[in-house]
Design a protein around this ligand. Structure first.
Ligand code: SAM
Length: 243
């Protein structure tokens, strides 16, 4: 319904997303490194650097999955701060919790199973909210952006790190070949699951482009919305402030 991006019926999409992440949870981190050639680490580092998160802050990492951002935030906010890792999928949450426990970093972290569309937190609660490679999996993205805005403090920042659109035709061609041919093959060989990785490629192609997402963030009530293209627009980092 939104901007013509609704590719499958609503419940079908939610079920498919659940199946995909239950299926990939155990191999999620290794696949991330392999499929992106490790570059996702740079995209995430940049997000952390630009977050402005500091000691004592309250941070929400929604669709936090295996907790890469949460781990770094938990070190930044220190014992006076708090990081909530929220995800709709209990398999991903479990892998995330185990990983963060292994890193000895759980004192200031809370794990919450939640849907981004209706966040179970009070109004005006968080200083910073991140959603990394999560928004494209959410069925009602406008509802998710509204919900994030509601739980953000005035002056707080939403950061959306997500696959986006390349503006270079040669890069787009190469990238399409990679996502629709090589990526599902890697999924088949390494995770024994080509279908999930085909879904991921499709969901990337269906996701709103930079300007559309910026518009959606403004419609949700955020101001000062802007984005930065990373790796030629394969990924974009959008930010917006709650007035
Ligand atoms: N943020 C992590 C990262 O960057 O590595 C994980 C990203 S992973 C590609 C996408 C995550 O979004 C999955 O863990 C999935 O369960 C979660 N997700 C999908 N739909 C969601 C929703 N409606 N609400 C909250 N989380 C959702």
């Amino acid at each position: 319904t939104h901007f013509g991006y609704q590719e499958v019926p609503v419940e079908d999409k939610a079920r498919r997303v659940a199946d995909v992440f239950h299926s990939v949870a155990a191999k999620y981190d290794i696949m991330n490194d392999l499929m992106s050639g490790g570059i996702h680490r740079l995209w995430k580092r940049l997000t952390i650097e630009q977050s402005g998160v500091r000691r004592g802050h309250r941070v929400l990492d929604i669709a936090g999955g295996t907790g890469d951002l949460t781990l770094r935030f938990s070190r930044l906010v220190g014992p006076e701060g708090e990081v909530v890792l929220a995800d709709i999928n209990d398999s991903m949450l479990k892998v995330g919790r185990d990983k963060l426990l292994d890193h000895g970093a759980t004192g200031n972290i809370e794990f919450v199973q939640a849907n981004a569309e209706c966040l179970p937190f009070p109004d005006n609660h968080f200083d910073v909210i991140t959603i990394a490679f999560g928004l494209r999996n959410v069925t009602d993205k406008d509802a998710a952006l509204r919900s994030m805005t509601r739980v953000l403090k005035p002056g707080g920042k939403v950061m959306v790190l997500e696959f986006s659109k390349t503006d270079n035709p040669a890069l787009t061609k190469l990238y399409d070949f990679y996502s629709f041919n090589i990526l599902p093959q890697m999924g088949r060989i390494i995770a024994n699951d080509a279908e999930s990785y085909r879904y991921l490629a499709e969901s990337i192609r269906m996701h709103p482009d930079q300007e559309t997402l910026k518009q959606m963030m403004e419609t949700a009530g955020l101001v000062n919305c802007k984005y930065q293209n990373l790796t030629g627009g394969i990924v974009a980092l959008h930010t917006g402030i709650k007035p």
